[in-house]
Ligand binder design. Structure first.
Ligand SMILES: *[C@@H]1O[C@H](CO)[C@@H](O)[C@H](O)[C@H]1NC(C)=O
Ligand SMILES: *[C@@H]1O[C@H](CO)[C@@H](O)[C@H](O)[C@H]1NC(C)=O
Length: 354
């Protein structure tokens, strides 16, 4: 008996250390993920406003938790859902306007994003969606409710330690500047980029003033490779539109400069630039390496131009296995692509927050 008691004590000590280390891990450095942006990160806010920029019907969501359209523009999860999971938080970040969730749910993650929106107020007007400044108003409302619900101390900890993710900008160029009259007669493209970066800087500063410290400013994808843009590139043999890709890369480098500048200017600011551009271009150029078969057209419908309501459940052309496709509809990646991009940023820009 005496022989066996020593190992038991040792075992117990080990267990206690092991449990303590687990507790430490569970004391998440990031208690919540708070999201702003467009359809890349909207989980269904647009279901609750009058707009045609919607996706809360099949075949959207057909691979989401066994088949459930939510308003995410994908067959399944979006990148922020995978990122939340990687931080040990919930596997899907709910939309703030969804009445089936409340403050206790939102305390560990929430998205204020609205499909079709942009940095520019004029972009959100195109499809009557939520402008970015209004997303910030909703966030202020969230802070008030969080404090009322959890008390100032706990709420302020969440506000300070949360990771804030911003993913927006593609629509300012593709839905606004190059698509409708207005901005292109006011600004050259470079002036417009600078205008948008100015709004981005005011937005991140406003978040900082409200208590945010850990911020991920998301870059643009290689937007010239979206199936919609390739379809429009008839003269170019439906290849990626290089001018749009170059624009995205240039805009990203300006956002990166903004991140460097504000980290210097704002005491305690811990902002990173999260870049989907390189990994997405790599997927598109070497699809087989990632297990994909189709890059040029999307899974949904003909894959050439459909999204939203045009991507209907009854369309006979919709693919059966979205995992073979980089894009789900003509503007948005499949769940599988989202998972790869999320994993990439978790291992690069976001690694310091774990
Ligand atoms: C966008 O609209 C809001 C609300 O009207 C306004 O406060 C803000 O200054 C506008 N932003 C720009 C960049 O014009
Ligand atoms: C950013 O904020 C400053 C100071 O409030 C303001 O003067 C400027 O117009 C804003 N920039 C944009 C692009 O909205």
């Amino acid at each position: 008996m005496a022989m066996s008691s020593t190992p038991n004590i040792l075992l117990s000590l080990f267990s206690i250390h092991f449990l303590l280390s687990l507790v430490k891990i569970n004391e998440a450095k990031v208690p919540a993920i708070i999201v702003f942006g467009d359809s890349s990160v909207d989980a269904g806010n647009n279901n609750y406003i009058p707009t045609i920029a919607r996706s809360n019907f099949e075949p959207y969501g057909r691979d989401f938790n066994g088949g459930h359209p939510t308003g995410r523009f994908s067959n399944g999860k979006i990148a922020t859902d995978f990122i939340s999971q990687a931080f040990g938080l919930k596997g899907a970040i709910p939309a703030y306007l969804d009445p089936s969730y409340s403050i206790p749910d939102f305390a560990t993650g929430v998205t204020f994003a609205s499909a079709g929106t942009g940095y520019d107020n004029a972009t959100s007007n195109v499809l009557s969606v939520i402008p970015l400044w209004k997303e910030l108003e909703y966030y202020k409302d969230y802070q008030t409710k969080l404090r009322a619900n959890l008390g100032d101390g706990k709420a302020n900890d969440i506000i300070k330690d949360a990771l804030y993710m911003i993913s927006v900008g593609t629509n300012d160029f593709l839905e606004n500047y190059y698509a409708v009259p207005g901005r292109s007669s006011q600004y050259t493209i470079k002036e417009y980029e600078n205008f948008l970066v100015g709004i981005a800087g005011n937005f991140t500063k406003a978040l900082y003033d409200l208590g945010a410290r850990k911020i991920s400013l998301g870059g643009l994808p290689p937007m010239g490779c979206m199936p919609l843009e390739r379809t429009g590139n008839l003269m170019g043999g439906s290849e990626c539109v290089n001018s749009y890709n170059n624009l995205a890369a240039e805009f990203n480098s300006k956002l990166n400069d903004l991140v460097i500048k504000q980290n210097k200017e704002l005491n305690g600011m811990d902002m990173v630039f999260s870049d989907p551009y390189g990994i997405m271009l790599d997927i598109i150029q070497k699809p087989a390496f990632y297990g994909f078969e189709v890059t040029g057209v999307a899974c949904c419908a003909t894959g050439m131009f459909e999204m939203g309501y045009a991507c209907s459940r009854t369309n006979p052309f919709t693919c059966s296995d979205a995992d073979k496709y980089v894009f789900w509809d003509s503007f948005h990646p499949t769940e599988k692509t989202n998972a790869i991009v999320a994993n990439h940023v978790v291992q690069t820009s976001l690694a310091k927050f774990f």
